[in-house]
Design a protein around this ligand. Structure first.
Ligand code: AMP
Ligand code: ZN
Length: 469
């Protein structure tokens, strides 16, 4: 079944139409959070990409089955080039907070869901946890061993044999002959691997005593990549129409997932590999050491509507690296408030031009269906806002329609007037005083200042009245 949505497939390196192979529902898998900390706004950009896709399909009347995993075991700390080398991220955090690793997992998992709710993200059909799907992973690993794609090393870890999957590297372009020995690819080296680019599917417990499970190969825990193969194959019945994640996951995570899934299934499991570009904050990569990790709650603490983040992301193309700033967030917050104010003023103003609403809505959908061109769709919304000929009721109806896709709560009541800032209140008081004193030059100057802050002032026999522009 066709969907009309064209999106860039990293593997094919071209735009491809999203289709529903089973004829009734698009099967979507989105790599979820590793729940050892709160998601930062960069992670949220990737998660919102998934929501946008889901909403476009919904709007076009197409069902989707959206699965997002919760990584709560097996994701090891990485070095600068992204190789897994250190301790399990959950265990490191459990030591830092002196809490059981499963308590850590549930705490940050709850935070993840709370963030998604604040961002109007439609919940996934399921959020399977790695720690609760160990059997699925073990079954898949056993199958890979039986079919000669995996082997048990002398160290009791199970490795995937990269050379057993000749088309390895098609997503990222990192083919096996270009991956040189000496480069550390994975957690355990120690000569147990037969080939330098093999990776661990199951890791032997060794000295580790927490978050370990029995297995046919001895006690241990699963690797991170096998989690996504096992979950996508199981929860999406062996076929993924669209696989989403941040660009950093292209290699090795998705490359390894593809090899595992295809080797086990015997066919190409994922139709479309889609990657969202990274988010920078104030010009720099977000990192703990740079001290610029920004969370959704940091926005809320500054009085910024969480949906301003959604708007900022939509102002940029998902495939471009994007620099988020406090200024852009504040500007998006003001825009949202202005739109909501206008929406409430437009309601009931004249008749609705149904033909126009339908054309406008279809035009917005068409922009987004073309590789998620949200910046262009938003330009159309701004043009509509300024249009001098349409009735308010027509504009309001257009806002209502496109908000099914944008999820910006455009029909929500605007901030109360009383919430005008202290600065605005002071300027209004000064202007009222200037008029009483008949200092009209001063009163005009203050009006200009207020206009710049988004306030319109009108004078009447009973004094000045103000409103948001
Ligand atoms: P993690 O919780 O680190 O496993 O990451 C969850 C998701 O966020 C993955 O899809 C990553 O690719 C994505 N991600 C991580 N950092 C960023 C960033 N700065 N910008 C956009 N997406 C990111
Ligand atoms: Zn994944």
């Amino acid at each position: 079944m066709n969907t009309g949505l064209f999106i860039f497939d990293t593997k094919a390196r071209e735009l491809k139409e999203v289709t529903a192979a089973n004829g009734f529902e698009v099967q979507i898998y989105c790599c979820g959070p590793t729940v050892y900390r709160d998601a930062h706004v960069g992670n949220l950009r990737t998660f919102l990409l998934g929501d946008l896709v889901k909403r476009i399909l919904n709007f076009s009347g197409i069902d989707s089955n959206f699965i997002q995993n919760i990584t709560d075991v097996g994701h090891m700390a990485e070095d600068i080039v992204g190789n897994e080398i250190g301790e399990d991220k959950l265990l490191t955090q459990s030591k830092a907070e002196k809490l059981d690793p499963f308590v850590i997992a549930r705490k940050y998992e709850a935070g993840f869901h709370a963030d998604l709710a604040k961002l109007n993200v439609i919940p996934a059909a399921a959020y399977p946890k790695a720690s609760e799907t160990i059997e699925l992973m073990q079954d898949l690993i056993s199958k890979l061993i039986t079919t000669g794609h995996a082997y048990v090393g002398e160290d009791k870890c199970v490795y995937f044999s990269a050379q057993s999957y000749p088309s390895y590297g098609e997503i990222s372009g990192n083919r096996l002959d270009s991956l040189k020995p000496g480069h550390r690819y994975e957690y355990v080296e120690d000569g147990a691997k037969k080939f330098h680019a093999d990776w661990a599917l199951w890791k032997a417990a060794g000295n580790r005593s927490e978050m370990i499970w029995d297995s046919p190969w001895g006690p241990g825990f699963p690797g991170w990549h096998i989690e996504c193969s096992a979950m996508s194959l199981h929860f999406l019945q062996g076929h993924v129409d669209l696989h989403l994640g941040g660009i950093d996951l292209r290699f090795p995570h998705h490359e390894n997932e593809r090899a595992q899934s295809n080797a086990a299934a015997g066919y190409e499991v994922v139709e479309n590999w889609v990657h969202g570009e990274h988010l920078l904050f104030e010009g720099r990569k977000m990192s703990k050491s740079a001290g610029n990790v920004v969370l959704l709650n940091d926005l809320i603490a500054k009085g910024i509507d969480p949906l301003a983040l959604r708007l900022c992301f939509m102002e940029n193309r998902y495939r471009s690296q994007m620099d988020l700033t406090w200024d852009s967030l504040q500007a998006a917050d003001s825009t949202l408030d202005r739109w909501r104010r206008k929406y409430s003023q437009w309601l009931g103003d004249g008749d609705i031009d149904k033909q126009f609403v339908s054309e406008f809505t279809q035009g917005s959908l068409a922009d987004i269906q073309r590789d998620l061109d949200t910046p262009r769709a938003l330009q159309q919304l701004r043009k509509l806002e300024k249009d001098e000929y349409l009735t308010g009721a027509t504009k309001a109806k257009c806002f209502e329609e496109v908000d099914h896709i944008y999820a910006l709560d455009l029909i929500r009541p605007p901030k109360a007037k009383a919430e005008a800032s202290a600065e605005i209140t002071e300027l209004l008081e000064k202007r009222a005083a200037a008029r009483v004193a008949k200092d009209f030059a001063q009163s005009d100057e203050l009006r200009d200042q207020l206009t710049k802050l988004g306030i319109s002032v009108k004078d009447s026999p009973t004094g000045q009245n103000w409103d948001w522009l």
